[in-house]
Design a protein around this ligand. Structure first.
Ligand code: TXA
Ligand code: MG
Length: 328
């Protein structure tokens, strides 16, 4: 594995069918040439990700995005509005696909997720490579996404050919995913672009998956994703924390940790900002630190302020939901 800031090295490796982990503004991606079935196949085995779980294709601009999709007139109009407002940036747009991507890339679906990332390393890599980069988050399947290059090395070191270091990720949680496949736009995953921002740009409501009747939004992976550390995560309100710590102390044997947007008189604990943007930025790093501290039960108080409350709440409830034994 080569650990470097040399983008040209990453671009060359991609064109040779290798795996390149790279910084984006959301989380680090594990990239491969989206038209190369063998290279894309290596992503699935490196991550231990089930095949049939579609990958996002990263492109350099809306002009390059056009080649990968096959939108109706109405979908093309919405793509134009959204790309104008939010690309480059933390927004993935699902559209009917063209024949360009390898079928493995899109998990055999007739649709494709496209995103123009804003991180300079990602944009430079896309520019030098010249094609589309299929890239899931660069973590083992079901685990916490990496927000530094070191996290990638810790998780997947031996499986990756090149790790392109671009510093810590600014957003810290994965991109917003909006599907334009059905009559009405549907939010498949909350992220750095909010539902309110999307609706304002489009001039129409953006439905939650639960409110949508459309069959196509039941995307593989979407509902059973986990963003989980080893520690068992328990969400808790600020006013309940002292009582819960007291009952945990009586139980004895577990190491209990706390993540909260305020100081608690307990160790180990991590203080995150109450503003959800600042909270999101550091959340995954803190979940990893809790594992390094051998925390068994992690009590987490969500943030209350700022516009990423929905995105952070989504990741926290997934981290706290029961998991299959295989993802531990
Ligand atoms: O911020 C991000 O989106 C990061 C960075 C690297 O760009 N990538 C990322 O990829 O989070 P991944 O694979 O961990 O999550 C992508 C999600 C998956 O849940 C997948 O099911 C969904 O996007 N997805 C991809 N293509 C889709 C499609 N055609 N239809 C529905 N869902 C799709
Ligand atoms: Mg992921």
């Amino acid at each position: 594995m080569i650990f470097t800031t040399d983008v040209a090295c990453g671009a060359k490796a991609l064109s040779q069918g290798m795996l390149v982990a790279f910084a984006t503004e959301t989380v680090y991606g594990l990239g491969a040439d989206a038209t190369n079935p063998a290279a894309v196949g290596r992503i699935f085995s490196a991550k231990g990700r089930p095949v049939g779980h579609p990958l996002i294709v990263h492109v350099a601009s809306v002009d390059s995005a056009i080649a990968w999709c096959d939108p109706s007139e109405a979908q093309a109009e919405m793509l134009a509005v959204l790309s104008d407002s939010f690309w480059p940036g933390p927004l993935t747009i699902i559209l009917p696909r063209s024949a360009l991507a390898a079928p493995q890339t899109v998990g055999g679906l007739t649709t494709i997720g496209l995103r123009v990332p804003s991180h300079p390393v990602a944009l430079e890599l896309l520019g030098q490579f010249g094609g589309g980069i299929a890239a899931p988050s660069a973590n083992r399947f079901g685990r916490v996404s990496p927000t530094t290059a070191q996290h990638v090395v810790d998780d997947l070191g031996s499986e990756v050919d090149v790790v392109l270091d671009g510093g810590p990720c600014e957003v810290g949680v994965e991109s917003t995913i909006v599907s334009l496949v059905d009559d009405q736009p549907v939010l498949l995953r909350a992220g750095g672009v909010t539902r309110v921002q999307l609706a304002a740009a489009l001039g129409m409501p953006v439905l939650a998956v639960a409110d949508s009747q459309a069959p196509t939004v039941k995307a593989p992976g979407m509902l059973r994703s986990h963003y989980a550390p080893d520690a068992e995560v328990e969400l808790i309100g600020a006013s309940d924390i002292e009582a819960r710590l007291a009952s945990a102390a009586c139980d004895g044997s577990n190491t209990v940790g706390v993540v909260a947007p305020f100081e608690v008189g307990h160790r180990p604990s991590w203080i995150l900002p109450d503003d959800s943007r600042g909270y999101a930025q550091r959340l995954y790093e803190v979940l990893r630190q809790a594992d390094s501290a051998n925390v068994d039960i992690l009590l987490v108080v969500p943030p209350t302020g700022g516009d990423l409350v929905e995105a952070v709440g989504d990741r926290l409830s997934k981290a706290a939901s029961p998991r299959p034994a295989s993802s531990r």
